[in-house]
Each structure stands twice: as C-alpha cells, then as structure tokens.
Ligand binder design. Structure first.
Ligand code: SF4
Length: 451
C-alpha cells in the first residue's frame, strides 16, 4: 500500500472529527456551569497569575457565506453601540471580581469584525478594559482586522491603544472563489491594510488562507499562496474549510457541487504547505506556519507552543477570560461559555450577573487527556513519563489508550517507553489519533472533515 492508501484506510478522507482547540470539546459543555461558578473561578485566580483577555465583537458589515463564526450582519451601528454598553457593564463587574496581584499579559479582540468599531468606540472600550487589572509592559494585543471594515482612523485608534499584532483573513484571492463564498476582497485592498499596519508599527501580522473552498484549484490556490508570501506575513494559518451547514445556516449558500473532494483538499493542503515552507516558513502543528524568528516558531522549537481557540499560540497565561456573547473562558478548573445570543447575554449582564451559561469543570482525567491531546496536536507525541511529572501516577492509565492507538495506526506511530510518536508521514492524522485519547468521543458527533 502506498501512503495515500494507508491514509485512506486510517480514515483521513472519510472521518469527521473535532479540531481539538479545547478538551473536553464544546459539545461536552453542560448548563451546570453558570454565573456563580464563573465568579468563583475568577476569584480564585492565584496571586501573580497572568490573564489573557478575549473580547468578542459579534457584528459584521458583511456576512461571508463560508464563515461559521457567531456573528450577525448589521446595517447601522445602533446594535453595536448597545452591545458595547453591556460589554462595559460586564467589564466593570469583572474588574471588581479579579483579585489583587493578577495582571494582563494578552488581549485579543475577535469576532465577527472588531474593526466594525469606530475610533471613539475603540478608545472607550480599551479605557474600560484597562480597569480590569494592570497590563504587563510586554503584553500582546492582537486584533482581527476585516479589510472591508477598516480605515486609517480605525487603524490609528487601534495602534494608539497598543495593538501590536494583527490577523487578517485572506481566504483566497481568486475572484471566482471569492464570489462563491460571498466575500470580495482584492489583493490590493489587503496589501493596503498590511502596509497601513506596518506604517503604524504593527510588525507582527498573521494572514489566514482557507483551502477546500468552492472552485479552488491547484492553480488558483497556488497563486493565492504566492500573493500571501509577497505580503510577507510573520505567520500564516492554513485552515481547511469546514462545511457544516447544519450549524452555520449561511453555508447553505455555498455551491456544494463545486467543493473540492477530500483527496483534492489533501493535495491543496500539501501544495500550499510546500510553497510556504519553500519560502522559508516553518510548519507548526497541523496548520500554522511562521518565520523562523517569529515568537510562535521559537516557542514551538522550545516545546512551549500551546493550542487554544484561536489555533496555536505561545500564550502560557494562567487563565483566558472571554468577554461578550458566546465567549469561552478557560480557567485552571475548567471552561465556561457565555450565553450565545446578544439578547440573552445582555439580559444576564443587565441583571447584574455574569453571563456564563454552559461549561465543564475538569476532572483530573480531563486535565491529563487535555494535555496529552495538546502535545499530540502541537508536537505530535504523547509521553506518559512527562504527564506523570505534571499530573502524577494517575497518568499511567493512558498507557492502554496509547497501545490501542499504536495498534490501530501502526504505520504512522511508534510506541517506546510509554511515548507515542506520530511519524511525519502521518501528521495529517493528528485529529483522528487524538480521538483515541478523547474519553467522550463518539462517531455520532457532527464535526468537520479530518482533512
Ligand atoms: S469571515 Fe469575518 S467578516 Fe466574514 S462573516 Fe465571518 S467574521 Fe464576518
């Protein structure tokens, strides 16, 4: 059997599996985690703890059909301003709850489109956020920029408020592909924003490419990747289009018969990977690339790369606190997610509560499996002696799972001294292999394609 046949037999082209940006994954969240638990978890943050803050802005000027983000299209700023008012109430309550001695090391504004905010919104939101806790001098403040919803004044406002990283969705520069996903964005527009960011001292720029979109061909994606390389980003994320119309209703607009088949997706991914690594980018985890001197590449080389809701990160903060509708927080004790709709979120905050409505408290078994899946997704190994150092002897119970995984994926793994290694020719299988460590996984779950 050649490698493709073996990957086929392992389920790469047929299985739908979680992305493992968290473990336990979101479908395991239940309504037993609410405002009170969230408040307790915040109050017990340790002295000297570092916080990563995520702010969700669930509004867009345009609604791209391929996008599964929780966001809503708006024609005026009225709902955005009403939401900002509620967000500031949530921030004030959180500021009263965060214990002394905790500082902010990271902040990320995502959405939706944070750049739907006007300059005065940006100033006032950051003014409120600065009351949460002291901000570390070397903090990172990153913002998702929608080139169609940004201008010089907004970039000025973000820069004067400390933005030092930016992330821009390119997806694909080919016009036919763009039309089929309801998102027109020229290379020139994107270049103008990249140049504008650099002119304002924002040196760290991430560009996202999506493979597996309708009408994408080897030629069209090749051209897009070359254009992305010309823009000289520090990091590139190469995400597979996840066609989940049962969850993201607007994906029903996507012409399904024009979607590349699984084997074509595999080839598109490999082609883009070759182009990026050929241009000097280092491949990180399953779908990220960075210049060798970028902090994420350095973290990966030193074994400090982590996986979170944004993909890969070098964020080692004690906790991530998500603000806004549908945001997910991660504490040492577990995960908590805010109410999903802006109305339900606002009602809770206006009633003087936190808005957490779902989540999961992590057992020791969850924590061990979470770390095991993270090392697999980041560094392609699971090492029980290493887990024992961190979590104690209870970690030994994963031994049985590693043996089972090795037996199932013998062509793609080695197992020596309780250390499972995923071989380079099998790294595409990382998400499938991770299912073998997931105590909750069932094949009935509705996830995205493995490739
Ligand atoms: S891709 Fe960005 S701009 Fe488009 S709908 Fe999603 S969040 Fe909004």
């Amino acid at each position: 059997m050649d490698n493709i046949d073996k990957l086929t037999a392992a389920g790469l082209f047929t299985r739908n599996v979680p992305r493992y940006t968290s473990y336990p994954t979101a479908p395991q969240f239940h309504d037993g985690i609410g405002s009170e638990t969230f408040e307790n978890w915040v109050k017990t943050l340790p002295e000297g703890g570092k916080l990563s803050i995520y702010v969700h802005i669930p509004f867009c000027e345009r609604l791209c059909w391929f996008c599964a983000c929780r966001t809503q299209g708006v024609k005026s700023l009225t709902p955005v301003e009403a939401y900002l008012d509620v967000l500031k109430i949530e921030i004030a309550k959180l500021a009263e709850t965060i214990p002394e001695g905790v500082t902010i090391a990271r902040m990320h504004w995502g959405g939706g489109s944070p750049t739907i905010l006007q300059p005065d919104h940006i100033d006032s939101l950051m003014e409120a956020l600065r009351t949460l806790a002291p901000i570390d001098d070397d903090w990172e403040f990153s913002v998702e920029i929608d080139p169609a919803a940004v201008n010089d004044d907004k970039l000025d406002a973000l820069a004067r408020n400390g933005m030092n990283r930016a992330s821009i969705g390119v997806q694909d520069f080919d016009e036919r592909v763009q039309k089929s996903i309801g998102r027109l964005q020229s290379y020139e527009t994107t270049k103008g924003i990249v140049d504008g960011l650099r002119a304002r001292g924002v040196d760290s720029i991430n560009l996202d490419i999506v493979y597996g979109l309708p009408f994408q061909t080897s030629e069209s994606l090749g051209k897009t990747v070359d254009q992305v390389i010309e823009l000289n980003p520090d990091r590139v994320a190469l995400f597979g289009y996840a066609h989940v119309p049962w969850m993201a209703k607007r994906q029903k607009m996507i012409p399904e018969d024009a979607l590349p088949l699984p084997l074509e997706r595999f080839e598109l991914f490999n082609q883009a990977t070759e182009a990026l690594t050929g241009a000097g980018y280092v491949a990180l985890g399953i779908d990220h690339f960075a210049k060798p001197d970028d902090s994420l590449a350095i973290a990966a080389a030193e074994g400090r790369m982590r996986r979170n809701f944004q993909g890969y990160t070098d964020d080692l903060c004690t906790a991530l606190v998500g603000l806004g509708a549908s945001s997910i927080s991660r504490f040492p004790q577990g995960y908590a997610q805010n109410r999903a709709t802006t109305n339900a979120y606002s009602a809770e905050i206006n009633a003087g509560k936190f808005s957490a409505a779902r989540g999961i408290a992590m057992s020791l078994d969850d924590k061990i499996r979470s770390r095991a899946i993270e090392t697999l997704m980041c560094d392609f190994y699971v090492d029980i002696p290493e887990l024992k150092n961190e979590f104690g002897d209870f970690s030994a119970k994963l031994s049985k799972d590693l043996k089972k995984i090795h037996a199932e994926f013998a062509d793609f793994t080695t197992l020596e001294n309780d250390r499972l290694t995923l071989l380079p020719e099998g790294f595409h299988l990382a998400r499938i292999v991770a299912c073998g460590l997931d105590a909750y996984h069932t094949s009935a779950g509705k996830h995205s394609q493995a490739i």
